[in-house]
Ligand binder design. Sequence first.
Ligand SMILES: [Zn+2]
Length: 242
Amino acid sequence: MWQTNAVAVRAGGEAMLVDSPYFPDELEALPGLLAGAGFEPDALLATHGDFDHLLGRLAFPGLALGLGEPTVERFHREPGAAQRELRDHDGKFYVERPSPLALGQVQGLPVPGSVELGSEELELHPADGHTSDGLAVMARWCGVLCVGDYLSRVEIPMIHPNGSLADYRSTLARLVPLVEAADTIVPGHGAPNDRETALRLLDEDVDYLDALDRGEEKPALPKGRDDLEQRDIHARNLRVLG
Ligand SMILES: [Zn+2]
């Protein structure tokens, strides 16, 4: 659903799973699929607190979930919200799960900051604006940058009611040098992009935010992202900012 991505990275015999797929059959297949490719995650990490990024524990119930401290704070402000939204979406798509989502053991991580992974380290950079929380994960040694819900080929910038347009802009500016230092940029939704494509999406997103800021009802949406669903997201963005 929504072309949701999960990313596994490994270094020195340790592996980390960033974000998660959504459907129960994907979650069930994930451990075997990763093991077949030589990845056995030791820990889970979520880029932000939206329910579609938190389902890693349904595939790996024994693992701790790492969250940026802003995400932990968000969960304290909105207790049970992620579980509720998951239930609502599951209901809408007739999805049945063997067990409900329990976040289990959560580890709050300072952002900016870093986490050790085997012989290397994952950098955690602030990426708020889409929501009140959010981090981008840079695996510099292998050129992979996981940005969460930014820089998507299939989705225009989306401002959640707890997000902020100004913070969204700051995050895009912060992402520029990270994208320039990466080879593969993986968004939360849609195909991974090379550096050049991600920088183009970033420019398009800045232009879109300008139009949103001006309150334009019918702005030109970026090529490939101009459809009914994206128009709907734009209308919601206008309501959030209104
Ligand atoms: Zn998402």
